[in-house]
Design a protein around this ligand. Structure first.
Ligand SMILES: [Zn+2]
Length: 177
């Protein structure tokens, strides 16, 4: 049974990132809002304390250290556009490099298409569907193969569709280190 539509499922622009990522399904965001334990290993990887890597969304006042230095966001602001997909240079080399670097960006091109065609609110609602556990409705990240709440597997439609590619990309990233 999916959870009934909740107040916090409403469109929140702070969680619709310039680059086309959906902040609610980000591990850092989940860790910052609901699950502080998951920030510990990530923070350790950056040589930081968990509280130093908190993030409340791309367009919020509390941003992950990586997102604070985001080129895409500064570039879009300079051009006066809300999302990379509405840029005349889309898809630029910077965005292509960004897209290819991590498996939670597999659907980035699709995201920009949807934002352009259907608008950010509709896309946002679709992302909630995409990342919600089919069993309990909890929003999971790309890296939660099992639901972080009830353990259902796969945790959401994104993982169901892309698990093989996620595993492959993570494996390649490990080898690059
Ligand atoms: Zn679940």
């Amino acid at each position: 049974m999916a959870k009934e539509s909740k107040e916090n499922d409403k469109y929140d622009k702070r969680l619709a990132a310039v680059c086309g990522l959906f902040c609610k399904s980000c591990s850092i965001y989940i860790g910052s809002t609901e699950d502080p334990e998951r920030l510990k290993p990530i923070a350790a990887g950056y040589g930081k304390k968990p509280e130093e890597i908190r993030c409340l969304g791309c367009r919020s006042d509390v941003r992950f250290i990586y997102c604070q230095t985001c080129k895409l966001d500064k570039c879009a602001a300079g051009k006066g556009i809300e999302f990379c997909g509405s840029c005349e240079s889309y898809p630029c080399e910077d965005l292509k490099t960004f897209q290819a670097a991590m498996p939670h960006r597999i659907e980035l091109w699709k995201a920009h298409e949807r934002i352009r065609e259907a608008g950010p609110e509709k896309w946002y609602a679709e992302m909630i569907e995409k990342y919600s556990c089919p069993n309990c409705g909890t929003i999971n990240s790309t890296y939660d193969f099992k639901c972080r709440e009830c353990g259902a597997s796969p945790s959401c439609a994104y993982v169901a569709e892309h698990k093989e590619e996620i595993v492959l990309q993570l494996d390649q990233l490990k080898k690059m280190k």
